[in-house]
Design a binder for this molecule. Structure first.
Ligand code: BJ8
Length: 424
């Protein structure tokens, strides 16, 4: 099926977009399709990726014709429950690859993290159909890089909404989160023309909780040895979490989990029982940022969990749906998001506990901390994370990298040496 007319209407640069899709397709072939013994249910995710700028965007565009709004986001602090309650769609915006770097550096300093540069590159290069189809783009005041870059993004898009967020977990911090989520609810109501009542909010919570429950089930199944699914495939599922129709996504993940349960019963896995089991921790990895997991899993280890916003940090807690009024349900939403332990919070001791707990629960023998270059929150926090883990005899490797492929050989050497350390 050709989507050229749709992409043209969205204002994409077709030649640049074709080039992007061809690199994406080639990368997917080499990294994902070359894996052995993938669960049959991954076919669905192959299809999703092959249609990530096609069929899924068409669904959004068709929905918009019927009045369904699209809201784009860069952060797991944007409460999806509120968006779903208004029958709108929340999508993660493209931030996982370098694009139009020369143009980006006319707007941002060179020493900006790859994730922020990528968001600008996809916009300036006119290759992200999600940002072009969004009726509202939500920026959030998290790290300094993001909050300052939104001042510039605001000059490039007509519909940026900036959400303020606390940096300290205190009662004043929680009050700020509450008032910002209430302001966001009003903005979503104005955008959609829908008044969010308790029944709608309950429904929104149920849809998003079900998505989270499905990925919780997946992450529990990864505790088995041999591990029934690769870290790459599990990461891909966590990435698709941000794009796909939530109900279809939930069904697809549950189907894979059924298959994984069968595999576990039969003692089947994607790696030998002796393969070192590693946990990834740190910055989020958005599609198609697969470099480090690919290096790890082609070096003989297997990834058994992601302490990341594209992973458990983003999905760890459910929202309590027991309330019966809008106020009670909004409070439950605030309580749930207030627990997210992003490194922008200071101090942030919960994250240290969560990384060790995850390593223990997932039977990981070591942790690789992934920091994006120029990401001060995660690069700084990597040092106490490493200290806390090493004190518990969990070997830790700190990796700082970006989206380029220039350091692949060097990273591979370090990862292989770390794997040897675990084996010895
Ligand atoms: S809740 S992790 S999704 S802010 S890598 S842009 S922190 S300099 S992405 Fe994040 Fe929300 Fe936190 Fe999660 Fe800044 Fe670091 Fe770049 Fe980052």
């Amino acid at each position: 099926m050709s989507y050229e007319a749709m992409w043209t209407e969205l204002g994409l640069d077709l030649a640049a977009h074709d080039a992007l899709l061809s690199v994406l397709g080639e990368g997917y072939q080499n990294i994902f399709l070359s894996q052995k013994d993938r669960p049959a249910g991954m076919e669905y995710f192959n299809f999703v990726i092959s249609e990530v700028h096609g069929l899924r965007v068409k669904e959004l565009v068709d929905g918009k014709k019927e009045g369904k709004k699209v809201i784009g986001s860069f952060c797991v602090f944007v409460p999806e429950e509120i968006v779903r309650a208004a029958d709108a769609t929340l999508v993660g915006l493209c931030t996982g690859a370098d694009f139009a770097t020369e143009e980006v550096e006319k707007y941002l300093p060179r020493n900006t993290c790859s994730l922020i540069k990528s968001a600008f590159g996809f916009k300036l290069g006119k290759v992200c159909p999600y940002i072009e189809s969004a009726d509202m783009i939500v920026g959030e005041n998290t790290c300094d890089g993001k909050k300052k870059s939104y001042e510039t993004l605001n000059t490039l898009v007509p519909n940026l909404y900036v959400m303020d967020l606390p940096q300290v977990k205190s009662s004043a911090g929680k009050t700020l989160l509450k008032s910002e989520y209430e302001r966001f609810k009003t903005a979503v109501e104005e955008l959609t023309g829908v008044t969010i009542d308790a029944a709608r909010l309950k429904k929104g919570i149920e849809i998003v909780n079900n998505k989270r429950k499905a990925v919780h089930r997946l992450s529990t199944l990864r505790r088995a040895n041999p591990v029934p699914i690769s870290g790459l495939d599990a990461l891909l599922i966590n990435q698709v979490f941000f794009y796909d129709d939530p109900i279809r996504f939930t069904d697809s993940v549950n189907k894979i989990c059924d298959q994984l349960e069968e595999r576990i019963k039969e003692g089947k896995g994607v790696a030998p029982k002796s393969a070192p089991r590693l946990l990834l921790s740190g910055c989020p990895m958005a599609v198609p940022n697969w470099k480090l997991p690919w290096i790890i899993e082609t070096s003989g280890a297997v990834i058994v969990g992601e302490e990341s916003c594209v992973g458990e940090r983003g999905t760890r807690n459910l929202t309590d749906d027991g309330g019966s009024t809008v106020e009670e349900l909004m409070d439950a939403i605030i309580d749930r998001y207030y627990k997210v332990d992003c490194a922008i919070f200071t101090p942030n001791p919960d994250r240290l506990d969560h990384v060790s707990e995850m390593a223990r629960a997932n039977n990981a023998q070591g942790v690789i901390h992934y920091g994006l270059q120029f990401c001060q929150p995660y690069q700084m926090e990597a040092i106490p994370v490493e200290k806390a883990l090493e004190e518990k005899d969990i070997p830790t490797l700190r990796v700082d990298t970006d989206y380029s492929m220039e350091d692949v050989e060097q990273l591979k050497t370090r990862v292989e040496a770390f794997i040897e350390r675990i084996k010895s």
